[in-house]
Design a protein around this ligand. Structure first.
Ligand code: SF4
Length: 386
């Protein structure tokens, strides 16, 4: 399939030098910066509204501030400094993959826009809300990165090949979302939007920044945590912290299971040697789920390695032992250069799905999105098509 490569006008990419970025600051932090100018704390609300809800990109656009105040702040180096979409790859299926330029370093990260979603949220309690029907897309999902590269080294994942280059800041994580909301003209509260923290990186190995970004998106941008899902490879201390977060800001959890038992999982996800399946499930059991909420087990089907009917029966047993409501999302592995696995046969995928369904497990098959632009699951890596 052909993909379309779009180079944006470089003049749109504003000064990226890390001056004093306002984007990423909480309201309390903004109040402290405004206090330096002798301004009252309530002005922080105006600034947060302009940056996170009106999605302005320059301090000069904060219409509720006097010109004098904006000039004084700018003279001290303050500006919005929101992460910018530097390149766009558009798939034939409408998916867009973005290279987003951060502010704390020269690296770009990848963010994906999936109109109509990828079915990943079906069955986890979030599909009953919202109206949609207002765009060419009736609902959409944004897949967000949390780190540049990743240290976890899942054997089926292209991002793993980068290694970990650095953590993203809270502003760089939330900024990916706001930049895409802006590009797609999403109206919060009207459009059906899901966020998945499933892009590059392991969110629970950059926990503080991840959670600060979630707070900004919930408390300032107005997104619902019940429409956000964070996926972890099974970082037990992170799951334990996550379980203690208040329901008002806690996203839903997805555990990247990908294998029927510890032996296979340690092969495809070496992190399993540190935190085996039982430890991950035990930690997840501490999460106080909302009514109808389920924890998702993400399961990548690798031909001959994880896709046999006996594997499905082992997964069903795991689900029964978990002791909390679970749904399983199946993902037929997306091929990538230099990754030593084969795509599962469609018959094997269907047999696996059917076996789980017969065992009484809620199971969904995620549609591969943007395969032609390397936007599909496990394919996020800084690639520029020739
Ligand atoms: S699948 Fe996720 S956790 Fe595993 S290496 Fe890739 S980005 Fe990291």
């Amino acid at each position: 399939m052909a993909s379309k490569y779009i180079q944006l006008d470089p003049s749109r990419i504003t000064d990226l030098a890390p001056r004093r970025p306002l984007f990423g600051l909480s309201r309390t932090e903004m109040a402290a910066c405004l206090a330096e100018e002798g301004e009252p704390a309530w002005r922080a609300g105006q600034l947060a509204d302009a940056i996170y809800r009106q999605r302005i990109e320059a301090l000069s656009q904060v219409s509720t501030f006097s010109r004098d105040l904006r000039d004084r702040m700018q003279a001290k180096g303050w500006d919005v400094c929101r992460p910018q979409i530097a390149q766009v790859f558009r798939s034939v299926d409408g998916t867009e993959r973005y290279l987003v330029q951060g502010v704390a370093g020269p690296e770009t990260v990848e963010t994906v826009w999936m109109p109509e979603g990828d079915e990943g949220e079906v069955g986890d309690g979030s599909e009953d809300e919202g109206s949609g029907e207002r765009r060419a897309w009736s609902r959409a999902t944004i897949c967000v990165s949390s780190q540049v590269g990743c240290a976890v080294n899942c054997q089926f994942c292209l991002t793993a090949k980068l290694g970990l280059q650095r953590n993203l800041t809270a502003g760089e994580i939330a900024g990916q979302v706001v930049a895409v909301l802006d590009r797609q003209k999403v109206e919060i509260g009207k459009d059906r939007l899901n966020l998945v923290f499933m892009g590059m990186g392991e969110p629970f190995l950059n926990y503080d920044a991840f959670l600060a970004a979630v707070r900004l998106l919930v408390e300032e941008a107005g997104l619902s945590p019940q429409r956000m899902t964070v996926s972890t490879s099974g970082i037990v201390p992170g799951i334990t912290r996550f379980a203690a977060e208040p329901a008002e800001i806690r996203p839903k959890l997805a555990i990247s299971l990908n294998a029927p038992d510890n032996a296979v999982r340690s092969e495809v996800m070496p992190i399993n040697r540190k935190w085996p399946i039982e430890a991950v499930v035990d930690a997840a059991r501490a999460i106080k789920l909302r009514p109808r909420e389920r924890i998702t087990f993400e399961y990548v089907l690798l031909a001959g390695v994880t896709d046999r009917p006996e594997h499905a029966r082992l997964v069903a047993r795991l689900v029964r032992r978990a002791g909390f409501p679970v749904k399983v999302n199946l993902i037929a592995w997306n091929p990538g250069p230099g990754v030593p696995y084969a795509m599962p046969d469609p018959m094997a995928v269907e047999r696996f799905r059917q076996t789980l369904a017969e065992e009484g497990v809620p199971v969904y098959l995620r549609r591969p999105r943007g395969r032609d632009i390397y936007a599909a699951c496990g394919q996020l890596k800084r690639t520029v098509e020739a």
